[in-house]
Design a protein around this ligand. Sequence first.
Ligand code: 13P
Length: 247
Amino acid sequence: MRKPIIAGNWKMNKTRDEAINFALGVSGRLPNYAECIVCAPFIILRDLVKRVPTNLAVGAQNMDYHDSGAFTGEVSPLMLKDTEVTHVIIGHSERRAYYNETDESVNLKVKKALEYDLVPIVCVGEVLAEREAGKTNEVLARQINEGFKDVNLDNPENLVVAYEPVWAIGTGKNASSEIAEEACKFIRTELEKIFGNKANDIRILYGGSVKPENIKEYMANPDVDGALVGGASLKVDSFVALCNYKD
Ligand code: 13P
């Protein structure tokens, strides 16, 4: 049985005060049937970790793949460990599009995250032109195969993959539940080729305009194990509703 994950990706939003108010606001309102996570900007991680309720995990949204060194402006996995976050998003489509993230850098970061016992939430997904050209599976297969090349996975519960079709992110144009299931199932098949039976225990999330009003449809699918949510994770009531999707 894969435990569902509801993860918020705050992107470049929230000051320290706003984040702490959020932590206080969700306290006592999150279920235990799902793993609830918020991925916050670097600079507020430490304060957030200290204030979240025990059933809310905190993650970062990126990291460098070096341990330390002359990499101005970057944050290392060692520094993330020092804040006591447990998760890190890797390869988000916004980083692929605006900050030159590649399948190769994703691969290096995944290995580093696992080395440091950080759970990577690895994002994959096609852009609209690729979907329209019938290339979705080809793109997903490439991102998975290159992203997880030579990755040693001891415990499959420590790896999370998020299917985020780029055309559905921040557009309000969410993928249908069928599209999400089809892609997540395909991703699991690709993961099986790399990790064998362990693929059955890897959580695969859907992300892209998920809201309290549509999360149930996604969660009803056999291969969708959770959601990675941007905009709708920013407000306390909305995040609480997403996490309590069964109610
Ligand atoms: P939205 O939920 O705002 O579409 O963002 C999705 C996303 O990019 C999560 O990582």
